[in-house]
Design a protein around this ligand. Structure first.
Ligand code: FES
Length: 71
């Protein structure tokens, strides 16, 4: 979940060396990879701070008990 309450789904594979982003720390709109602390934007999937790479990310909508993932 992002800072604004919206939900994003990211591939669980860091663009650096495949670290498990699901085990990273989320702060604002970013997730920090637990292996080498790369900062990944959850809106764009892009590595930040001069690091290069992207991870697939998807928009999610929640309507009642239903969850829609836009792939
Ligand atoms: S594997 Fe994620 S920062 Fe290295």
């Amino acid at each position: 979940m992002q800072e604004d309450g919206s939900i994003r789904i990211l591939d669980n594979k860091c663009p650096h060396k495949g670290g498990p982003l699901s085990e990273g720390i989320v702060s604002g709109n970013y997730v920090y990879c637990p292996l080498h602390d790369w900062k990944i934007c959850m809106k764009t999937g892009s590595a930040q701070g001069g690091d290069q790479g992207n991870v697939a990310c998807f928009t999610v909508e929640v309507e009642g008990d239903d969850i829609y993932v836009f792939i």
